[in-house]
Design a protein. Structure first.
Length: 311
C-alpha cells in the first residue's frame, strides 16, 4: 500500500528523530535559525537562585547552569514565587518564546523561564544519542540551581512533550499544571507507528551522515540513534493523575499530507486526555504544527487559563 508523504517541515519539528531538518530549495537545511548551535557558548557563570530584584521588571536574565560538566542557558524573567517554564520544540530554543514570555509575565506576574536544550542556542553540545531522560536531567538541574522546586506550570511544544512526560512522571510534586502544545505523547508511538516514522526520515538521516559536523546534521544524527527502542519505552510512560494538563492539537497536525498518521496523532491526544478528568483537549483551528508562531494568542490563553485555575 502506498502512503502519502507528510509535510516534511512539520514532521521534522514534531518527532524527536526528525527534530532539526527541513527540505528547502532542494536541499536539507536547519529549521529556523538553529545554526546558532554552532556559536560559542556564553562565558560560564554560576547560576544563582532567582529572587526579586535580579533583573528589571519584565527583563529576561541569562543564567548559565552546569549539569555533569556541560553548561545550559536559562533565561529568567523574575516574578512571584510561581513559575512558568516554556520548553521549545525540536530544533528550536529559547527564542521560540520571545513574543510569548513577556506577555505571560505581564498577565500572570509569575516568574517565566525559557532555556536552550543541550546543543542548541547558547547551551553546550553533548556528544552521543539524544535521550529524553538526559534532557529531563538538564531541566531539573537548571531549575534546582535557580531555586525552583515547586509550583511550576510546564509548557511544552512538540519534541518537548517527551521531556514533559518523563519530567512529570518523576517530579509530579513540582508541577501545578501543564500545557502540551501539539506535543509528542506516549500514546502515539505504537509498534505500528514507530517503523513508519523511521522509514519516513531515513533519506534525511542518510544525507546528514555525509556531513556529520554540521550543527543541524549533528543534532539529527543524535536524535535518531536508538529511536525505535527509545520510543518503545516512551510509549509506556504514564502521566501522573495528580497533574492537570491542557492538550492543544493543531488542526493540520505534523502529518498534513498523511491522513492515517494525522488521525493517529489526533487519536493519541484524545486518548491521553481521556485517561483523567483533569485534562482538557483543545484544537487550534487553522494551524499547522507551528502553533506558538502562528497563534500565540491561543497559546497565551491556554497557559493563562491553566495558571489561573491553579492559583
Amino acid at each position: 500500500m502506498s502512503r502519502t508523504t507528510p509535510s516534511r517541515r512539520s514532521l521534522n519539528r514534531a518527532l524527536s528523530a526528525l527534530a532539526l531538518l527541513a527540505v528547502a530549495a532542494g536541499g536539507v537545511t536547519a529549521c529556523s535559525d538553529n545554526d546558532s548551535a554552532s556559536k560559542p557558548s556564553a562565558p560560564a557563570s554560576a547560576a544563582s537562585p532567582v529572587s526579586p530584584g535580579t533583573a528589571q521588571a519584565g527583563e529576561a536574565k541569562l543564567h548559565m547552569v552546569d549539569n555533569g560538566g556541560h553548561r545550559l542557558a536559562f533565561y529568567v524573567t523574575q516574578g512571584n514565587d510561581s513559575t512558568i517554564v516554556l520548553d521549545s520544540g525540536g530544533g528550536e530554543y529559547s527564542s521560540q518564546w520571545k513574543g510569548i514570555a513577556p506577555e505571560l509575565h505581564a498577565a500572570t506576574g509569575a516568574t517565566v523561564i525559557t532555556y536552550d536544550r543541550a546543543g542548541l542556542g547558547k547551551s553546550d553540545v553533548v556528544p552521543g544519542a539524544w535521550k529524553a531522560e538526559s534532557a529531563v536531567s538538564d531541566l531539573k538541574a537548571g531549575l534546582k540551581q535557580l531555586g525552583v522546586t515547586k509550583d511550576v506550570t510546564l509548557v511544552s511544544h512538540s519534541q518537548a512533550g517527551e521531556v514533559a512526560n518523563y519530567f512529570a512522571k518523576d517530579n509530579s510534586k513540582m508541577l501545578s499544571g501543564a500545557v502540551l502544545i501539539d506535543a509528542n505523547l506516549p500514546q502515539f508511538f505504537t509498534d505500528e507507528e514507530i517503523p513508519r516514522l523511521v522509514a519516513a526520515t531515513q533519506p534525511e538521516v542518510d544525507a546528514a551522515k555525509k556531513d556529520p559536523d554540521k550543527p543541524a546534521n549533528r543534532q539529527l544524527i543524535s536524535v535518531t540513534e536508538g529511536f525505535a527502542p527509545a520510543h518503545q519505552a516512551f510509549h509506556k510512560v504514564a502521566w501522573p493523575e495528580s497533574v492537570p494538563a491542557t492538550v492543544m492539537v493543531s488542526e493540520k497536525t505534523p502529518f498534513d499530507g498523511s491522513p492515517q498518521d494525522a488521525q493517529r496523532w489526533r487519536d493519541a491526544a484524545a486518548s491521553f486526555v481521556q485517561e483523567a478528568p483533569n485534562r482538557t483537549l483543545v484544537t487550534a483551528k487553522g494551524t499547522s504544527h507551528e502553533v506558538p508562531t502562528e497563534r500565540p494568542d491561543l497559546v497565551l490563553k491556554a497557559i493563562e487559563g491553566m495558571f489561573a485555575a491553579q492559583h
